[in-house]
Design a protein around this ligand. Structure first.
Ligand code: GAP
Length: 439
């Protein structure tokens, strides 16, 4: 395997993502928009598979988690209650000389990291929420926020979900959706952006059982990433110290991944206590977000264990984890279950009935699995293109196919080849994908 330089890996990955249609710079023809990205044909499939995997793991596999899909715009009081208006800030400093902005907690010393001059302003608190206006009048009364986390859409719906589904505590509510943060220092490709998707779950428990549930969810979430197919040695826990804890958290651990730019947070698991529900009770004046436990005859405000994963960040993690260079090829070793395309289908050459045979296989297969038909260029080049796209299987119709109705299936990782009857290809691919990453 060729040596991998950490910085070079990110550069090569960004270039591969563009070349193969995973991720493009947003508004590229206008010079791009800082830290905004568009998912291309392969990227959107990969991201969708990540969301499906999460949804399957968090909701369908269990019987104690329901789903919701709340709106991005919420009543502005939500963000007062949640503490975001007051406390969702980063300390910001400006350089008077070069006009660059930095997060005060990320600079060492007193000089500007860009121009080196001692011309930094005092730090001031900068709120990360994006603001907009609802309706035709742009005044303070019409100001609303783009949600900076999806969690609040779950909290305010606690009672709706609990009563509609006749749920007993403990149970959870899961959601996937966009969140927006006006980050001062976005970067590292899709690692930190201003618009991103979260996959969050709030698990409501009886006070006093929160620590036990916190431990159970921590264990479950680490298992999830391993089962997803990430290399376990690249994953670790980081517990938040008192100064790192968010305003709502009693205890918090991050699952970190070792990116080419260092160990960084992939997901947070938080014990949010009864902070959010109690605050919404107070700010709404309704006192409705509580639970009556029949078995004990007690009413209480549930405590919340939160698992909060970034969808785009998971996509980046999968790409980084999968990227590999060999002498002859660049290969994305994406877990088959998550790979955008499951199989490339090729005629060996464009003659002697091989095109028809390959198209027949493709037509059967694509009804069940996302597949890609390609007859352009040498067979070697077609394999290489699919290796770069992370496609786990390559299926080739050759001279023998026309004679005995079998094709060759080549595995991306081992390059092992199997001879399989055309009628059995779809079943073979299904078994392969299931065996390599079933929830
Ligand atoms: N509701 C809790 C919460 O939002 P967080 O640690 O601020 O907690 C959770 O965010 C996850 O969301 C992070 O672990 C990360 O995966 C993702 N995330 C946060 N900010 C992000 C950003 N600017 N760009 C991409 N993903 C981000």
């Amino acid at each position: 395997m060729a040596a991998k330089q950490p910085e070079a890996v990110m550069e090569k990955l960004v270039s591969l993502c563009k070349r193969r249609g995973f991720i493009f710079q947003s508004s590229e023809i206008y010079g791009g928009l800082n830290s905004c990205y568009d998912y291309g044909p392969l990227g959107v499939e990969l991201k969708r598979n990540v969301k499906d995997f999460w949804w399957e793991w968090m909701t369908r596999r269990r019987d104690d988690v329901e789903g919701v899909d709340a709106s991005i715009l919420m009543h502005p009081r939500v963000w007062e209650a949640s503490g975001h208006v007051e406390g969702f800030t980063d300390p910001l400093v400006d350089c008077r000389n070069c006009k660059q902005r930095f997060r005060a907690d990320q600079i060492q010393g007193t000089a500007c990291p860009n121009c080196g001059k001692e011309t930094l302003t005092e730090a001031r608190q900068f709120n990360l929420m994006f603001k907009t206006h609802m309706g035709p009048v742009e005044d303070d009364a019409s100001q609303v926020f783009l949600r900076p986390e999806t969690a609040q859409g779950i909290f305010v719906n606690f009672l709706n979900v609990q009563t509609a589904m006749r749920r007993k505590v403990p149970f959870g509510i899961a959601q996937i959706g966009k969140a927006f943060r006006n980050e001062i220092t976005p970067g590292n490709f899709i690692f930190r952006t201003r618009e991103f998707e979260q996959m969050e779950m709030q698990f409501f428990v009886r006070p006093g059982t929160d620590q036990e549930w916190f431990e159970r969810w921590r264990e479950d979430r680490m298992e999830y990433y391993v089962r997803m197919g990430l290399r376990p040695e690249k994953l670790r826990w980081h517990q938040h110290g008192p100064r790192e804890l968010a305003h709502y958290a009693r205890d918090a651990y991050d699952i970190e991944y070792e990116f080419p730019f260092g160990w960084q947070e992939l997901e947070g698991v938080h014990n949010r206590t009864d902070f959010d529900l109690s605050r919404h009770n107070e700010y709404s004046g309704k006192n409705s977000l509580s639970y009556f436990e029949e078995s004990s005859g007690e009413r209480f405000v549930p405590f919340v264990i939160e698992t909060s994963a970034g969808c785009d960040r998971t996509v980046l993690t999968l790409l980084v984890d999968a990227y590999d260079e060999e002498e002859e090829r660049v290969v994305l070793r994406l877990p088959p279950r998550l790979a955008p395309v499951k199989a490339g289908v090729f005629p060996l050459v464009k003659k002697d009935g091989m095109v028809e045979a390959a198209r027949d296989v493709y037509e059967r297969l694509r009804k069940v699995h996302k597949s890609f038909y390609d007859e352009g260029g040498s067979i070697g080049r077609r394999y290489r293109r699919q290796d770069e796209a992370g496609t786990p299987l390559g299926i080739t119709a050759d001279g023998q196919t026309v004679e005995d109705g079998t094709v060759t299936i080549r595995e991306r990782d081992s390059m092992a080849q199997h001879r399989v009857k055309v009628e059995e290809v779809t079943g073979w691919v299904s078994r392969f994908v299931e065996a390599n990453g079933k929830v």
